[in-house]
Design a protein around this ligand. Structure first.
Ligand code: NAD
Length: 421
C-alpha cells in the first residue's frame, strides 16, 4: 500500500473520536457525559437536483452536521470538494465545538459539505447548486440556530448567495445567517485574513516560547488558498523566509526564499504554483519534509501520518488546516519534541472573526479593521497562553492541553444545562 492509499483510508471521524477519548480519559469525565459528547447531535444528508448549463439535471449529495449546541448556536463552514463524506463532516463539526470552546466564543460546533468538484461547474451552475443546497439545509440553519461560513472551495460570493437565498425565504434581509460575506453585505473587515492572522499570532507566541527568531526562521507552507497563502504573506511581514509552498497540483522549493507576492501572482496567472521561476518543483509530500524551522499545513486532513511524521524537520508545526496530523503522527512529534500548535487553537482566528461579523450583523454595526485585529489578537494570545499553561502544568502535548481546556468547558456547560426533559 502506498502512503497516499494509507492516507485515503484514515477515517477523520475515527481520528476525532480518538482525540476526544484521550481528553475525556485524562479529565476523568463521567461515562454518560462521554457518550453525549462523542456523538453529533444532528446529522442531515440531502440529495438535491441542479439544472446544468446543457439542460440536463444532476443530483448532488450534501451534509450539515451539528455536533454540540451546549455553549450556543452551531458554527462552522461549508466545504465543496469531491472527497467530502459524512465522516469528514462529522469530524469537522466536532472540531468546531472544541475550537469555539478553546477561544471562548459562545458557539457550538457544526459543519457542512457538498460532494462536488466546483472547478467542473460554470458560475451559473455553482450558484444554482449553492442556492438549492442552502434551501435544503434551511431546516437546521438560522442566525440563532446554526451559522455557516466558508471552508475549502467556498467563497464570499457563495456566502452572498446563501444569505440572499435565506433572506428571500424570510422576506427580509438576514445578514447574520452566514459569515464570511463580502464586506458590502455585512461582512467583517479582516475576515478574509482572519484564519491566517490568528495562526501567525499563535506562531509569534510559540516562537517566543521556543526561542525561535522569526527574522532568521525558514517556513514551509502546504496549501496555498485562503489560509496558506495569506499565512505565508503575514509570515513575510514578520521577516521570516518562506522556503517552500504547495497547492493541490504540487509544490515549489527554494532554500534561499520565495517572493510570496510573486508566487501569488504566478498562481493567479497559471492556476498552479509549479513552474515558478527560480524555484524547484517538488511533490506535496516533499514540501512537508524540507529543511525548515516552521511548518504550516494549510490544506486538508491526514497529511502528516505515521508514514512521514518522522521526516518532518521543523521545530514548530502550526496547523492552519483542520486535522492535518493523525494521532500516530502526534506521538512521533511528541517524542521528537516538535512543538505543535493544534488546529482547534491555531486556525480559530477564522471563527473568531466570524463571531465578530455575526455580532456586528445582529447589532447592525460595522467595526474598523484595526478594532477587529486588536480584538482578534487579544483572544488568540490569551487562548494560546491558557493552552500553554495547561501543557506546562500537565507536562503534556499542546493538542492534549487544548482538548483538556475545550472539552472541560463544553462538559461544564452541558452539565449546568442538565438533561432535557
Ligand atoms: P482554500 O480552498 O482557500 O485553499 C485550499 C488550498 O489547499 C488550495 O491552495 C488547494 O490547492 C490546496 N490543496 C488541496 N489539496 C491539497 C494537497 N493534497 N496538498 C497541498 N495542497 C492542497 O481553503 P482554505 O479556506 O484555505 O482551507 C484550508 C484549510 O484550512 C482547511 O483544512 C480548512 O478547513 C482550514 N480552515 C479554513 C478556515 C477559513 O476561514 N478559510 C478557517 C479554519 C480552518
Amino acid at each position: 500500500m502506498t502512503s497516499e492509499q494509507a492516507v485515503a483510508r484514515i477515517d477523520p471521524w475515527a481520528v476525532a473520536q480518538q482525540q476526544f477519548d484521550l481528553a475525556a480519559e485524562r479529565l476523568n469525565l463521567e461515562q454518560g457525559m462521554r457518550r453525549v459528547l462523542r456523538e453529533p447531535r444532528r446529522e442531515l444528508t440531502v440529495h438535491f437536483p441542479v439544472k446544468m448549463d446543457d439542460g440536463s439535471v444532476k443530483v448532488f449529495t450534501g451534509f450539515r452536521v451539528q455536533h454540540n449546541l451546549g455553549r450556543g448556536p452551531a458554527k462552522g463552514g461549508i466545504r465543496y470538494h469531491q472527497d467530502v463524506s459524512i465522516e469528514e463532516v462529522k469530524a469537522l463539526a466536532m472540531w468546531m465545538t472544541w475550537k469555539c470552546a478553546v477561544v471562548g466564543i459562545p458557539y457550538g460546533g457544526g459543519k457542512g459539505g457538498v460532494i462536488v468538484d466546483p472547478k467542473q461547474l460554470s458560475k451559473k451552475e455553482l450558484e444554482g447548486l449553492s442556492r438549492r443546497f442552502f434551501t435544503e439545509i434551511e431546516v437546521l440553519v438560522g442566525p440563532e440556530r446554526d451559522i455557516p461560513a466558508p471552508d475549502v472551495n467556498t467563497t464570499p460570493q457563495i456566502m452572498a448567495w446563501f444569505m440572499d437565498t435565506y433572506s428571500m425565504h424570510q422576506g427580509y434581509t438576514v445578514p447574520g445567517v452566514v459569515t464570511g460575506k463580502p464586506i458590502s453585505l455585512g461582512g467583517s473587515e479582516g475576515r478574509n485574513e482572519a484564519t491566517a492572522r490568528g495562526t501567525v499570532f499563535c506562531i509569534v507566541e510559540a516562537a517566543r516560547h521556543l526561542g525561535i527568531e522569526l527574522n532568521k526562521a525558514k517556513v514551509a507552507v502546504q496549501g496555498f488558498g485562503n489560509a496558506g497563502a495569506i499565512a505565508a504573506q503575514l509570515m513575510v511581514e514578520e521577516k521570516a523566509t518562506i522556503v517552500a509552498v504547495s497547492d493541490s497540483t504540487g509544490g515549489i522549493h527554494n532554500p534561499n526564499g520565495l517572493e510570496i507576492n510573486k508566487v501569488i501572482a504566478w498562481k493567479q496567472e497559471h492556476g498552479t504554483v509549479q513552474g515558478f521561476p527560480g524555484a524547484k518543483d517538488v511533490t506535496n509530500a516533499q514540501v512537508l519534509e524540507v529543511e525548515c524551522d516552521i511548518l504550516i499545513p494549510a490544506a486538508l486532513e491526514n497529511q502528516i501520518t505515521a508514514a512521514n511524521a518522522g521526516n518532518v524537520k521543523a521545530r514548530l508545526v502550526a496547523e492552519a488546516a483542520n486535522g492535518p496530523t493523525t494521532p500516530e503522527a502526534d506521538e512521533i512529534f511528541w517524542k521528537k519534541s516538535i512543538f505543535m500548535i493544534p488546529d482547534i487553537l491555531c486556525n480559530a482566528g477564522g471563527v473568531t472573526v466570524s463571531y465578530f461579523e455575526w455580532v456586528q450583523d445582529l447589532n447592525r454595526d460595522h467595526w474598523s479593521e484595526k478594532v477587529v485585529n486588536e480584538k482578534l489578537k487579544e483572544i488568540m494570545v490569551r487562548s494560546f497562553q491558557e493552552t500553554l499553561t495547561i501543557a506546562r502544568r500537565e507536562q503534556c502535548y499542546m493538542r492534549t492541553a487544548a482538548y483538556l481546556l475545550a472539552v472541560q468547558r463544553v462538559a461544564d456547560a452541558t452539565q449546568l444545562r442538565g438533561l432535557y426533559p
